[in-house]
Design a protein around this ligand. Structure first.
Ligand code: B12
Ligand code: SF4
Length: 490
């Protein structure tokens, strides 16, 4: 049996010339800032920025374990992947992809073409969007199977039925399928407890090898929080499971052996340093001389000096923290369990440690905001950079993703969603797909752009002697546009 996997992480961002100019300029300063504060200090060697979907590499590993021949194509690394993949599609039995909301239309576009190349090819999707909207996905003729939530065991069970003479999928938990024209969605599968029993991600399938991508690893799966903008809680049901150190370290050594001369890895747990097993992993990692540096995500709610010390001793030098907003009313509506004061205290506590770099993530246009609070956030962005409470700010516009209360019960939050044209469900796209009762989409976008102006104001003061001469906007357009999408299905 043959399977083709399409990994298409990058999709079109419908931006404006103002945004392209600002973000391109900001990006250059950020890179410079990172070079001065990190790369030169630690001799960090970052890998190329290509990205891959780690979930799909688990999927591929399960298929290979079951003796399936897998061809994997990565649209971010290889812009000609579609040319190369067509012959493989002709020979394949099944076509698989992972679906986040805004790459869904792009994936459908490829599925249309795949069915022209090989009529009747079986299709299967999984991922955040497929998990949040299984029925809606299956109503599309292009989708035969949907895997809801974690994929490994569901996929293995599905394969047994698919390869047998029978076609009874009704007993496979976590699977959506069609019986004739009727859409069927089975009950949810319990989360996988034995993470150590999972295969290692199939890194050997990455075109060009792992050294061509920014690598990441996790110590756990899941998250206990329920931030209103995140579909993670719907996916992971607010439970966390952690790997053993031995299993984590085995993957870390594998990654290191594949990443060439680069020495920086992102630890992608939604939150690191909360479970006792995660602390054990960090404690053991700090004893190893693996000569790697890491970035990770933390939350203000649980960060404290002894944990920061432990993380630093384990090689973590970039901490990303989701501030989102400094408006307590909006933070309450978000169910962040955190106040603006705590967010800032956490940043300052991390920055007290010498040589640590703090990235802060912000969301513009949350319910509970008004013009004054958005203006205040932007002024504070400048102040926090200036007083070195944070080193970097990354702004996104709110996207009410399927799987969140903001999407399924928007009125309760004063959110008005305009359409479900998924390609626009991206935190930098314009025009916005929603407005608030008290703020139009254009008003929110104005504050989003101004946030970049405040960031630039700081950088220009911090690095007055730097002049960037490249054509503004060009670099960003190259990075962001994924020109294959034609939108003919919308
Ligand atoms: C780590 C993370 C990242 C990492 C890595 C992302 C990646 N490439 O996978 C980084 C930082 C790069 C990232 C970036 C982005 N992310 Co992110 N990210 C997460 C986070 C915190 C955890 C996801 C994770 O690693 N899961 C573990 C892996 C193993 O699970 P998985 O990838 O889902 O795969 C499993 C199943 O889904 C299933 N599966 C998936 N696909 C398929 C396909 C088949 C055929 C089968 C059988 C099974 C299957 O099996 C896999 C193995 O169990 C979640 C939030 C959360 N708490 O879940 C957000 C989340 C997934 N991200 C999100 C978004 C929007 C983004 C960005 C678009 C943000 C942006 N504007 O740039 C980018 C897109 C990046 C990209 N190029 O794909 C959203 C997706 C929402 C949605 N409905 O689309 C989430 C849910 C957060 C949110 N805001 O709600 N992200
Ligand atoms: S944003 Fe992060 S902390 Fe909040 S629910 Fe999602 S994964 Fe968890």
């Amino acid at each position: 049996m043959k399977v083709v996997i399409l990994d298409i992480p990058t999709t079109e961002i419908f931006s404006t010339p103002e945004f392209n100019r600002l973000s391109s300029e900001v990006k250059k300063y950020r890179l410079h800032d990172q070079k001065v504060k990190l790369e030169d200090k630690y001799n960090i060697r970052f890998s190329p920025p290509h990205t891959y979907n780690r979930g799909l590499l688990f999927v591929a590993a399960v298929l290979e374990e079951k003796g399936v021949e897998v061809d994997y194509f990565n649209g971010d690394y290889d812009k000609d992947f579609w040319q190369k993949c067509q012959d493989k599609i002709k020979e394949a039995d099944v076509l698989m992809a992972s679906v986040k909301t805004n790459n869904y239309p792009v994936i459908l576009e490829y599925f249309v073409q795949a069915r022209e190349i090989k009529p009747g090819i079986t299709t299967m999707i999984g991922g955040s969007h497929a998990t949040a909207m299984p029925e809606q996905c299956l109503e599309n003729d292009l989708i035969d199977f949907v895997v809801i939530g974690e994929g490994e065991i569901t996929l293995a069970e599905w394969l047994d039925v698919y390869q047998s003479t029978g076609d009874d999928y009704s007993q496979i938990l976590g699977l959506g399928y069609k019986q004739g024209k009727e859409v069927k969605v089975n009950s949810l599968r319990p989360l996988i407890e034995a993470l150590d029993a999972l295969p290692m991600p199939a890194y050997h399938l990455l075109p060009g090898g792992l050294k061509e991508y920014h690598p990441y690893i996790d110590t756990s799966r899941g998250c206990m929080y329920q931030c209103g903008f995140c579909s993670g809680p719907n996916f992971w049901r607010r439970k966390m499971r952690t790997r053993s150190f031995a299993n984590f370290y085995k993957e870390l050594e594998l990654i290191k052996s594949l990443m060439g001369d680069y020495n920086f890895i992102h630890i992608s747990d939604p939150m690191l340093g909360v479970t006792p097993q995660q602390l054990e992993i960090l404690n053991q990692l700090k004893e190893k001389e693996i000569d790697l540096y890491f970035s990770c995500d933390v939350k203000a709610n649980y960060i404290r000096p002894d944990l920061i010390q432990l993380m630093k001793d384990s090689g973590i030098i970039i901490f990303s923290i989701g501030i989102e907003t400094l408006n307590d009313k909006a933070l309450t509506l978000l169910k962040k369990n955190c106040t603006a004061e705590l967010e800032i205290e956490a940043c300052r506590a991390i920055k007290k440690f010498d040589g640590i770099y703090v990235k802060s993530y912000w969301i513009v246009g949350l319910p509970g905001e008004d013009k004054e609070s958005l203006q205040y956030n932007n002024e504070q962005i400048y102040n926090l950079l200036k007083t070195e409470a944070v080193d970097q700010v990354c702004n996104h516009i709110l996207v009410p993703y399927p799987g969140t209360e903001f999407f399924h019960d928007p009125k309760q939050f004063g959110i008005n969603i305009m359409h479900d044209d998924w390609i626009h469900y991206e935190g930098r796209s314009y025009p916005l797909i929603y407005k608030l009762d008290n703020l139009s989409g254009d008003e929110i976008y104005k504050y989003f752009l101004e946030a970049h102006e405040y960031e630039l104001k700081y950088y220009k003061e911090a690095y007055p002697s730097i002049a960037f001469t490249d054509e503004p906007g060009k670099q960003d357009q190259d990075n962001m546009s994924f020109g294959k999408y034609k939108g003919r299905l919308l």
